[in-house]
Design a protein around this ligand. Structure first.
Ligand code: WTA
Length: 653
């Protein structure tokens, strides 16, 4: 592994191990210790068995088509509908069961049964048809965490249209780019969203984005806060008006297993986000089976994934996986600290949540807020805890298990990616002995390895590149409109192996320890952002000549964005300019991309070939001893940057 892998040695095994609690092991969904071996012996049979849990309109004729690798296809010839699987098939036996206990940030609550969800999805699906969306149509969705968001997604699936959900924290520019790239003809949005007691003007951003995306002919607006919005006659329509006017009966379209269900944009190592394409049959097979097995889902569980549906975690584990399994979920709209810092624990207590899935950055925030908050609530319903989004440090892992899980609940640390569609490396809570900080091992049917520069397996205990060496049903199929970039990004470095972009090592027991990204992708509070994306946004500002961005270690957010900027000649740099630059990045990408610190410097450290030395900048940002600078062309710059960094305390917000 090359240099510049910050986390390579960061995670040390504390030595603690936790075997499955007897009560969980005894009744677990997966309790056969031979399950990995059985799946490895015949992966095709394993995936057929998982796909068999779904309802197919017509059975597939070929399970895995690898004729055109790495463009793999799964369950070809089969047809199914996602909405039928998530809704209709539950109606006979569990129609009155709660699908979502929804709670709004201001405290309003709505309970939605499977029957009600089915009815709303059917109507909205017909409403979309009325706007000209049908099989193969394209719908963009830009909303907060309101019930109408999963309703819109499922409505698309019902009529065979693909969706792209754009996280509500992204800017108008980001939304505009994604709508155009996706080829959306309809946008579903809302007036405003609640976040930490404030309103976020989604419709206002949507208006700006729509101005640059003339192909989007209709905007459907959900009324959430009732705040004032701009209205364009002929283009805009109220969600609820369309829903009420629509025919309640909407037969679901049987779709080809390989039909695109959605594309979700994520940062890569260039400035242009990648549209990750997921399909119907394989994706749902992966999302549903992992949701059932990894969370040990039982009929009486109350499940809560506290992510945002704008990210893949919400797609797979708030919407598609849980609904396919007929689970009862909690869905929460707002911020974790509003109106008080025990909001999550109130919710766990109120609904008797038994499975909680969240991110290390949130767990570390709760740790910081103190033990008294969870201790003030009855969290005894918690059975299983999940973690996702970044490596979880053992200290946070232990705290989670102790303070939220009552010292009992297994913590399943689930490694996966937007690209993988569903969990890949994770414990099964009834079988694996857990080690804080390790994601255990690849799930049954998944085959992962750790290789060195030469593509050969590294010895146990040594860091290397995480690769997947066998296709799996929920894998991405391509990057939207860019097959070549798909091949280049994932399949070129080591032919025949999927390159995840993460460092990893395997210990003597065969447990995997994820070590962070090996490329120029930062992980800020579990959100992926590329350094180049943020650099482009900075350079876009008229005052900026050049910018370099690195992720520096941060105790709460995992990584924080540290920017180094050289100004154009004659521009005066001061606090006001730094504030303006941060705002500019928020405008270009979204508030999540605002640099935590910006250092103004007369020059950037570069190699003789002109490559910015990120490793050095990372060292500077983390106030470490400077690394080797002999390949540096302009050594004098380094001292200057270090001095500046020392006087510019970071973490402004
Ligand atoms: C990181 C989120 C360590 C990793 C589902 C990956 C993790 C990237 C874990 C994908 C974990 C996610 N342990 N690292 N349990 N989960 N990651 O696409 O670097 O938003 O490549 O998908 O997050 O982020 P994405």
């Amino acid at each position: 592994m090359g240099d510049g892998s910050p986390a390579i040695d960061a995670l040390q095994h504390t030595g603690a191990t936790y075997p499955p609690p007897a009560a969980i092991a005894a009744g677990a969904v997966v309790r056969d210790p031979g399950v990995w071996e059985r799946a490895a012996a015949d992966p095709i049979a394993w995936w057929e068995e998982q796909a068999g849990h779904l309802e197919w309109s017509s059975r597939w004729t070929r399970t895995l088509d690898d004729d055109d690798a790495p463009f793999f296809r799964w369950f070809t010839g089969g047809t199914l509908n996602i909405a039928t699987n998530c809704l209709d098939r539950h109606l006979a036996e569990r129609g009155e069961r709660v699908a979502f206990h929804w709670e709004g940030e201001p405290g309003d609550r709505v309970t939605i049964t499977y029957r009600e969800l089915h009815a709303r999805v059917s109507r909205f699906a017909n409403a979309l048809r009325g706007l000209g969306v049908g099989r193969g149509g394209r719908v963009a969705i830009y909303m907060g965490m309101v019930p109408e968001l999963p309703i819109a997604m499922l409505a698309c699936a019902r009529i065979g249209a693909a969706h792209t959900v754009v996280f509500g924290g992204f800017s108008a520019q980001a939304l505009c780019d994604r709508m155009i790239d996706f080829g959306a003809t309809v946008l579903v949005t809302q007036d405003e969203a609640w976040r930490a007691g404030k309103t976020i003007a989604l419709k206002a951003s949507a208006d700006q984005a729509l101005a640059g995306a003339p192909g989007v002919a209709h905007a459907v607006v959900c009324r959430r806060t009732g705040g004032d919005i701009n209205w364009v006659e002929g283009r805009d329509a109220w969600f609820h008006d369309l829903e009420q006017a629509a025919d309640p009966d909407c037969p679901a379209e049987p779709m080809d297993a390989e039909q695109m269900l959605f594309a979700l944009y994520t940062s890569g190592t260039t400035g242009k986000p990648k549209g990750i394409v997921h399909t119907t049959g394989g994706y749902l097979t992966g999302a549903a089976s992992t949701h059932r097995m990894v969370f040990d889902l039982h009929d009486d569980d109350i499940y809560w994934c506290a992510a945002d549906i704008g990210w893949v975690t919400g797609h797979s584990y708030i919407v598609y996986g849980p609904l396919a399994n007929g689970a009862t979920s909690v869905m929460y709209e707002g911020g974790p600290g509003f109106p008080a810092q025990d909001r999550l624990w109130q919710i766990v207590e109120r609904y008797r949540v038994s499975i909680l899935y969240t991110a290390p950055t949130a767990i570390r925030t709760f740790m910081k807020w103190g033990d008294a908050l969870p201790a003030g609530h009855d969290l005894s319903s918690i059975r299983i805890l999940g973690s996702v989004g970044e490596p979880i440090n053992p200290e946070a892992w232990e705290w989670y298990r102790q303070s939220i899980g009552g010292g009992q609940a297994p913590v399943v640390d689930t490694w996966w990616q937007t690209e993988t569609g569903s969990m890949m490396i994770s414990p099964l809570p009834g079988l694996n002995t857990l080690k804080p900080g390790s994601a255990s091992r690849p799930l049954p049917g998944i085959s992962a390895r750790v290789v060195g520069e030469d593509g050969q397996d590294v010895p146990d205990g040594q860091g290397g590149y995480l690769v997947i060496d066998r296709p799996w049903p929920s894998m991405l199929r391509t990057l939207l409109g860019d097959d070549q970039r798909y091949v280049d990004t994932y399949w070129s470095r080591f032919p025949g192996l999927y390159l995840a972009g993460d460092g990893c090592r395997i210990d003597d027991d065969g447990d995997f320890w994820l070590l962070g990204r090996i490329d120029d992708v930062m992980n800020v509070s579990g959100h992926r952002l590329s350094t180049i994306e943020v650099e482009s946004a900075l350079v876009d500002h008229p005052a900026v000549a050049e910018a370099a961005v690195v992720g520096r270690a941060d105790p709460i957010t995992g990584e924080a964005i540290a920017a180094f900027v050289t100004l154009r000649d004659g521009v005066h740099g001061d606090e006001a300019l730094i504030a303006a630059l941060r705002e500019h990045v928020a405008q270009q990408i979204g508030p999540i991309a605002k640099p935590a610190s910006i250092v103004l410097t007369p020059d950037l450290p570069k190699t003789r070939s002109g490559k910015i030395m990120r490793r050095l900048l990372r060292d500077v940002s983390e106030h470490r001893q400077l690394g080797d600078v002999t390949t540096l062309a302009n050594e004098e710059v380094v001292g200057e940057i270090a001095a500046q960094a020392a006087t510019n305390p970071h973490g402004e917000d």
